[in-house]
Ligand binder design. Structure first.
Ligand code: SAM
Length: 229
């Protein structure tokens, strides 16, 4: 319903501006103040980022192209893309995240990336490539197709999206995790049916051109690259 969607969004924004920021800022860095689970998640996420960067490096044509990174976090993807010469416009629903990403970019002397605070539905414009990595876990099932459609509407050439896939095995892991929630507060997590994502990409006129799956003990992410046909 409308209200549960609003609640989800407010909850996600609050979380990533507060305890979620502290937790994920540590995971997405080389800080050694992480536990084993967080270290595993850091490694899994690094693998997803490296797979994307390898694809883009193989294509060899990102310099001068525009990239829109939705839900950029601390800039783990946006910053290396800017270093490869892309003109990056990156946003995050969390002001703390967008501010940290901007600070990291500034410290590295990067001037071809801008960071701002926005939920991804409110992002506008046209970009060669639109990326949205590990954000869909915060998206309610019924909003997923629309979200993919919106990302496609921003993309002239290509969309890169990752999500936790809804398989019986991961559903089981999630249920077990919910039985033993641990001490830290988190947000609701949504797994997504790959078919829903593929159909939404197709409906928007995109074709899946590359795919990857990254799974460690506590991190799992299906990655799709789709191009406008
Ligand atoms: N994409 C980054 C990466 O791969 O390093 C960050 C991934 S982190 C798990 C998820 C991020 O999505 C958080 O920074 C969170 O604030 C952001 N987020 C969640 N829902 C969002 C929304 N509706 N619009 C924009 N950002 C959102």
């Amino acid at each position: 319903t409308l209200f549960s969607t609003l609640d989800d969004k407010t909850e996600v924004r609050e979380y990533f501006n507060n305890e979620g920021f502290n937790r994920w800022n540590k995971i997405y860095s080389d800080s050694d103040e992480v536990n084993k689970v967080q270290l595993d998640i850091r490694n899994g996420h690094d693998q997803t980022i490296q797979k994307i960067l390898n694809w883009i490096r193989d294509d060899g044509d990102i310099a001068g192209k525009t990239v829109c990174d939705c839900g950029c976090g601390v800039g783990s993807l946006a910053i290396p893309l800017a270093q490869m010469g892309a003109k990056v416009s990156a946003s995050d629903i969390s002001d703390a995240m967008a501010t940290e990403a901007a600070a990291r970019a500034k410290a590295m002397g990067i001037s071809n990336a801008k960071f701002y605070t926005s939920d991804l539905e409110s992002v506008t414009g046209k970009y060669n490539t639109v990326t949205c990595v590990d954000v869909a876990i915060h998206y309610p099932t019924e909003k997923m197709a629309e979200m993919v459609g919106h990302l496609c509407s921003l993309a002239e050439d290509r969309v890169l999206i990752s999500f936790a896939p809804k398989t019986w095995y991961y559903e089981l892991l999630k249920k077990i995790g919910e039985l033993f929630p641990g001490p830290s507060k988190t947000t609701r997590a949504y797994l997504h049916e790959e078919e829903v994502v593929r159909k939404a990409l197709e409906k928007a006129g995109f074709k899946v051109t590359r795919e990857e799956m990254t799974g460690t003990s506590f991190y799992f992410s299906r990655l799709l690259e789709a191009r406008r046909v």
